[in-house]
Design a protein around this ligand. Structure first.
Ligand code: DP6
Length: 323
């Protein structure tokens, strides 16, 4: 078989990855923890072929921009080097969610690409190794290889920095209700952002406390303890944004509506709704909540005039080979 198709879900980090100890290998400065998102996915077909002299990439049926093609081709170089091959690949990738839906696409994209590229070469690698390879394409992609609730280890070596599942999707039916505040493409992406993380005086303090927050968050998830989860998730998101805002140059991802929701969510929690917020490198607000609160949270978000679309997702599975 020289052709394979794989599907991977994006993920939302509860404990954030921000800054690398090694930018080339994408060895993160701190461990992170996430949940895969069901219902949304990237599906990628990789065909290794002697007909091509360079890798080709189509996204949603259209030839991709050169920058995206190069990032994919560089990633395929890593796969080729691991599998001792020189063949070029035809890559076709589709997202079933729109760009700007408040969902990071690089995690699902590089997880699906890695799994499809290896399967198309008819090679079987462990989930752990697939996760390390995906990590080099996009850090958060390491977390989209395993399923459900996932931890990604910060380590000094390529082999040790992988992600693994610590609870299956059905362990806890948490929902991620995403308030889309802006669909504008962000000016500074994660790749450039990670490089400036250590220009903030606050980054060493954030990193120093990350393992402790990770431990609290992991335990809260295992215990299904929403109150403890909410406190640590919001604190970790705020810490990452404090680093972003104090980097050189500073990165301000929040919009006024993001902040409005960050004020409202803890009030809703005091009223008895199990909901907390977290934001990635963008203005859209991910409202994590228990299943019983999800409809109410969705309605409240939808009633805010500045909020566009509201998307609802639940815990998703591992990256998988479709054909
Ligand atoms: C803010 O994995 O998108 O979403 O490795 O450069 O592709 P690259 O970065 P990426 O960074 C994700 C950052 C984040 C937090 C997180 O998902 O942990």
């Amino acid at each position: 078989m020289q052709k394979a198709t794989a599907r991977a879900h994006p993920n939302i980090a509860f404990i954030k990855y921000w800054g690398n100890r090694d930018d080339n290998l994408r060895l993160p400065s701190n461990p992170s923890l996430s949940m895969n998102l069901a219902g949304v996915y990237t599906q990628t077909t990789v065909e290794w072929t002697d007909d091509l002299t360079s890798d080709s990439l189509d996204i949603n049926g259209e030839p991709a921009a050169e920058e995206a093609r190069m990032r994919v081709s560089n990633h395929l170089d890593r796969v080729r080097s691991r599998l001792n091959m020189t063949t070029r690949a035809r890559v076709q990738s589709e997202n079933n969610f729109p760009m700007g839906a408040g969902i990071a696409s690089s995690a699902a994209a590089f997880a699906a690409l890695t799994v499809a590229a290896v399967a198309a070469a008819d090679v079987q690698l462990s989930e752990r190794e697939l996760s390390t390879i995906a990590r080099m394409g996009s850090g958060s992609a390491s977390r989209s290889v395993p399923g459900g609730f996932v931890e990604w280890f910060a380590a000094d070596t390529h082999e040790e920095s992988y992600a693994q599942s610590f609870a299956a999707p059905d362990h806890w039916d948490l929902h991620d209700v995403i308030a889309v505040v802006s669909t504008e493409h962000k000016k500074t992406g994660s790749q450039a952002g990670h490089r400036t993380a250590f220009t903030s005086d606050l980054q060493p303090a954030r990193v120093a406390g990350a393992q402790a927050r990770f431990d609290v968050c992991r335990q809260a998830l295992l215990d299904r303890d929403f109150s403890s989860l909410a406190t640590v998730v919001e604190e970790d998101s705020n810490l990452m944004h404090a680093v972003m805002m104090t980097s050189r140059p500073p990165l301000f991802y929040w919009q006024p509506t993001s902040l409005e929701i960050m004020h409202l969510v803890p009030e809703w929690r005091r009223e008895g709704l199990n909901v907390c917020y977290t934001l990635d490198a963008g203005p859209n607000v991910h409202c994590l909540c228990t299943a019983d609160a999800a409809e109410e949270v969705r309605n409240r978000l939808q009633n805010l005039s500045e909020v566009g679309e509201v998307r609802m997702t639940s815990p998703g599975g591992a990256a998988e080979i479709i054909s």
